[in-house]
Design a protein around this ligand. Structure first.
Ligand SMILES: [Zn+2]
Length: 462
């Protein structure tokens, strides 16, 4: 295979999505200084490098080397070694300048974690402050504090940065870009400054989820599992259900998958990835209905992110426990839904206009919108959806959950002024209308997060 063949196979989803020109020849620089020694900084650098490598192959990562602090890479690894591994896994033919500039005349320069001295002028700056992702055009120092790391905010910041880089590389108009934004992944809203009042997700604080089912290890699901592996997951058993295998066209947006994963089972690849990071994980290679033929739905949380509508409907028919999900709607849109049984709208309420006869297409997701531009295959949209689900999983550890309304819609095309955050509506005709507190208690009352269903003021369980 030649690099051109590889990129043609990988990028056909991106190119079918938008009127997009020759972005693959864009060259990108990532610059960072002292923050490369922090967990947050490393999360931003590695996430941005890996995500950029999924649509452009000329990348200079001009950051100091340091000991890598992030869990998945094990002890004693160097940051540069990890960046090289991630970039070349995404694109084995990438032209990577690591610590030294290989390219000239960069299309885009992304500054991470505050002012970097040097001769490159940043087009855009990102940083993270706890749960808050900070982003701005130009060279901006947000003065963020990384003494307590929060990899959710850091990953979100990196995704916003790469999203902006994609817009520049594809010559989107200025109004499509973020000028300045501070987004709290805890409260799911935009802030006036870089600080929110959210409790700290202390470094090393275990995230305990019980039996977590991820139904669908496609674009959103695999990225959820990818981001989860960075956290100290304890007292958790993950079950990944997916019938599909990794394809070249998945590599444009699935951070969990690399060139060497093509052809293998998505559920096996992601479960192995988690196991390698010390997380108990089991793969089921098959469809959800096939799983249900031979298993009980022994889940504390379900993350239903399979493409096909029938799967969502089948899950809802099994009277599930707490569910957290995200989907990519029209090409640039991210939708996140939280479904606390009894209290919230359900999965079927949330996809009402799609009939159960509707077949899923290729690798896309069923859109919330009637216009069927459902192949939301832009590189950054699925990771964006995924990190917001991971934010919910992390937030579950805090008393007082939930801290936001049940639906969130983010339009990533534009200045990020339109984060819609609202309560999902129950449909009277939906199967969830028959779910009472008493019935839920009988069926799912012993699940880890069942308390959430019983009273609007119910607080955490730890
Ligand atoms: Zn419903």
């Amino acid at each position: 295979m030649t690099p051109e063949e590889f990129r043609r196979l990988r990028d056909n989803r991106t190119q079918s999505c938008e009127r997009i020109d020759d972005y693959q020849s864009a060259s990108v620089a990532i610059i960072a200084g002292k923050c490369a020694e922090t967990e947050d900084g490393q999360m931003m650098i590695i996430t941005a490098s890996s995500l950029f490598a999924r649509f452009c192959h000329k990348i200079d990562v001009l950051v100091p080397d340091a000991i890598c602090l992030l869990r998945p890479y094990g002890k004693g690894k160097q940051l540069h070694e990890v960046i090289r591994k991630e970039v070349l896994s995404a694109d084995p033919w990438a032209e990577l300048g690591l610590g030294e500039q290989l390219q000239s005349n960069h299309t885009y320069v992304l500054q991470i974690g505050g002012t970097v001295t040097g001769n490159l002028i940043p087009d855009f700056s990102i940083d993270s402050n706890g749960w808050v992702a900070c982003a701005s055009q130009g060279a901006v120092n947000f003065n963020c504090n990384h003494s307590i790391s929060n990899l959710v905010g850091a990953a979100q910041a990196a995704i916003i940065g790469v999203t902006d880089g994609f817009k520049v590389a594809t010559s989107q108009p200025g109004k499509a870009r973020v000028s300045r934004a501070h987004f709290s992944t805890f409260y799911c809203r935009l802030l006036d400054d870089t600080h929110d009042e959210a409790p700290a997700l202390a470094t090393g604080m275990p995230i305990s989820l019980g039996n977590l089912f991820v139904v669908g290890a496609g674009a959103v699901g695999s990225n959820i599992l990818h981001f989860l592996k960075f956290f100290p997951i304890s007292d958790t058993s993950v079950t990944v259900i997916d019938h599909d295998t990794v394809d070249y066209s998945n590599l444009n947006r699935c951070l969990a998958f690399g060139y060497n994963d093509v052809g293998i089972s998505k559920s096996a690849a992601t479960a192995t990835m988690l196991s390698d990071c010390g997380v108990s994980a089991t793969a089921f290679t098959g469809r959800f209905d096939q799983y249900m033929e031979c298993h009980k739905l022994d889940a504390d949380i379900i993350v239903p992110v399979a493409n096909e509508y029938q799967v969502r409907w089948a899950i809802q028919n099994n009277l599930p426990p707490l569910m957290l999900q995200a989907s990519t709607g029209r090409a640039w849109t991210v939708n996140v839904g939280r479904h606390i049984p009894v209290r919230d709208f359900c999965l079927s309420c949330s996809f009402p206009e799609v009939s159960d006869a509707h077949m899923a297409c290729g690798s896309g997701t069923i859109s919330d919108s009637p216009d069927k531009e459902a192949d939301a295959a832009l590189p950054f949209v699925s990771p964006w959806a995924a990190i917001l689900v991971v934010a919910e999983l992390a937030k579950l550890q805090f008393a007082g959950y939930p801290f936001s309304k049940s639906r969130l819609s983010v339009e990533t095309y534009g200045p990020l002024h339109t984060v819609e955050h609202f309560q999902g509506q129950k449909l009277q005709s939906c199967i969830c209308a028959g779910m009472s507190e008493a019935l839920f208690h009988k069926i799912r009352g012993k699940t880890r997060f069942a308390d959430l269903s019983f009273s609007p003021t119910s607080v955490g369980h730890h």
